[in-house]
Each structure stands twice: as structure tokens, then as C-alpha cells.
Design a protein around this ligand. Structure first.
Ligand code: PRT
Ligand code: ZN
Length: 288
């Protein structure tokens, strides 16, 4: 029974750098040589396949890869196409966030899609949405430059990925309906053998630890003892902060692991409640 794992990640594109970073931070070292299709990890029984993102769900579905990192948008599109897939989504990875939305040259609404031509790279998701909402429209599949199709007169509106919205704006398109939110996700094949599963579980725990750490901050601040309660209430996602007495007997240091983002606004509120010397520090790994 083979125990060495194979993970498929995007070779060149928006997911590549963060996928490699995530594996490296999970303690897997391998060399990335531009153009190479395969790398072998030196310190974990795993081979890394560098492929196009669209191929990742199929590779995991048929077991050529045991694990994959792919955009949820690509995964959902493929799962609708496959009908019965052998893929299990195990983790949200927190990067490459975007949404899949309808957009048109002038503000529209969903009912105005009736009998229109919609250009998209996600025909299965769009058709499913139209069927569920009883809308008859023509869906045309485009694999690139979808946002140009209304301008050149081959579609009335589009359904495409949006992150900052700058591409829509540059093409005079207005977003009028969000179909789904997406981010990179970790997927595995459902039939992984027991020997491999031990390593898969170990890897998932490590990746989970890196993702949790990315979203967490370690906060240290000083405060008057009388302000501790009010200040602790403001610390986002922290379970039980540590209180450390300071030389000045009225004051304490508060240390807390915040498992949610700590924004400038939060720091300003902490200061307004009497906190001083507020330090917010990155967390590298968390093992729960
Ligand atoms: O060559 P390969 O097939 O591997 O890559 P690809 O060209 O198909 O995909 P790639 O690398 O462009 O994107 C990979 C994944 O990144 C996508 O499947 C999404 O999960 C995620 N992602 C996140 C995005 C975006 N943000 C994004 N903004 N993918 C594409 N875009 C495009 C969008 O299609 C539009 O053209 O960026 C434009 C919009 O961006 P804004 O910032 O102007 O709104
Ligand atoms: Zn692609």
C-alpha cells in the first residue's frame, strides 16, 4: 500500500505563491523551479504537482492527486459538472478571496436577465442559478476577457469573478447580483487509503494551524487594574487573557491571543478605555 502523498497546486497564477507559502509554513520543504511539473518534499512523504487550477478538482476526483488547493469557485463549477464527485472539501484557507457576480453595462436586476445572453467562465453555476430562479436566458462559455463581451456586442451581461471591482469599472460594468463568495480551499480524495490518511490528517492539522495563526494576533498592553474588565471585553476572539502585575501596583499587563483580526479601530477603542503601550504581534503557528 503506497503511503507517499501527492498534492496538486496551481503552477502559475493567483493561487501559486500562497499555496507554496502555506505548504512551506506547514513544515514541507521543496524546491520550486519555474516550469517543473513535480517537486518532491525532502522532509514529509509528499510530492507536489504543479498544474492549471482548472485541472485540480479532476486530479483529486480520480485519485491522481490525494489532496489539492483550488479556488472554491473552480471546485463548485466542477462538482456540478461531475454530479457524483469523489472530492471532500476539508478547509477554507483564507486567501484568494473573491466573489462571482452578475454585472451589466447599466444597473439591472435579476428579472432583467430574462431572454438575455450571459457570458461566463462558470456556465454550470450560472445555469444552476437560472434554473433555481426560473429564469430563461442563454449562457455562453468564455474562458478569458469575459468583461469585454458586452462591449463587443456578443453578450448582454456577464457573470465573472470580482475582487477589487476595478476591472468591472474599467469596462463600464455594474455588479448587480453576487452569486457566491470564494476563497482558496483544501480538498482531498474520499478514498484515501489508511496508510496515507495518517499523513493527510497530520498535514491538515498543520495547515489548519497556519491558517488559524494567519488570522490571529498576540496582543500585549498595559492598563490600570480598574480598566481590565472593560479592556478585556474589547479584545476580539480572545478566550482568557493573561494578567501580569507590574511594578506600579495599580497597573497590570494584559496578554491575549486574539483569534480574529485586530484593526486600528480596535486599538483606538482600547486606548480610549485606558490601555497604553499596545503591541499587536503576528503569530506563526497554533497547535490546538
Ligand atoms: O492558468 P490557470 O488556468 O492555472 O489560471 P487561471 O488564469 O484560470 O486563474 P487565475 O490564476 O487568474 O486565478 C486563480 C484563482 O484565483 C481563481 O479561480 C479564483 O479562485 C482566485 N481569484 C481571486 C481570482 C481573482 N481573485 C480575480 N480577481 N481570479 C480571477 N480574478 C480576475 C477576474 O476574473 C477578473 O478578470 O480578476 C479580474 C477582476 O479583478 P478586480 O480586482 O479588478 O475585481
Ligand atoms: Zn484556470
Amino acid at each position: 500500500m503506497k503511503s507517499r502523498l501527492t498534492i496538486a497546486i496551481q503552477g502559475k497564477g493567483r493561487l501559486s505563491k500562497e499555496s507554496v507559502n502555506l505548504l512551506n509554513k506547514s513544515g514541507i520543504s521543496f524546491s520550486v523551479n519555474n516550469g517543473n511539473l513535480l517537486a518532491k518534499a525532502k522532509n514529509f512523504p509528499i510530492d507536489i504537482l504543479f498544474v492549471r487550477d482548472d485541472d485540480i478538482p479532476s486530479l483529486v476526483n480520480n485519485g491522481i492527486a490525494d489532496i489539492g488547493i483550488v479556488g472554491d469557485n473552480v471546485l463548485i463549477e466542477k462538482i456540478i459538472e461531475l454530479k457524483n464527485s469523489n472530492i471532500k472539501k476539508v478547509l477554507d484557507l483564507g486567501f484568494s478571496r473573491c466573489k462571482l457576480s452578475f454585472a451589466a453595462p447599466a444597473v439591472k436586476n435579476i428579472s432583467s436577465l430574462k431572454n438575455k445572453i450571459i457570458a461566463t467562465s462558470y456556465p454550470n453555476i450560472v445555469r444552476k442559478y437560472l434554473i433555481e430562479n426560473n429564469i430563461t436566458a442563454k449562457v455562453v462559455n468564455f474562458n478569458g476577457s469575459v468583461e469585454l463581451t458586452p462591449y463587443i456586442g456578443i453578450a448582454d451581461c456577464i457573470c465573472d469573478l470580482v475582487s477589487s471591482g476595478a476591472t468591472l469599472e474599467a469596462n463600464n460594468l455594474v455588479e448587480f447580483k453576487e452569486l457566491l463568495k470564494s476563497q482558496a480551499v483544501l480538498i482531498i480524495n474520499n478514498d484515501i487509503n489508511n496508510k496515507k490518511m495518517l499523513y493527510v490528517e497530520k498535514l491538515i492539522k498543520r495547515i489548519q494551524g497556519v491558517v488559524n495563526a494567519n488570522e490571529s494576533k498576540y496582543v500585549m498592553l498595559n492598563a490600570d487594574s480598574s480598566d481590565v474588565k472593560a479592556i478585556c471585553k474589547l479584545l476580539p476572539g480572545s478566550e482568557s487573557p493573561t494578567l501580569i502585575p507590574l511594578e506600579d501596583t495599580n497597573k497590570v499587563a494584559i496578554h491575549a491571543l486574539c483569534q480574529e483580526p485586530v484593526f486600528w479601530e480596535t486599538m483606538e477603542k482600547l486606548k480610549a478605555k485606558g490601555a497604553s503601550s499596545i503591541l499587536v504581534m503576528p503569530v506563526e503557528k497554533i497547535l490546538n
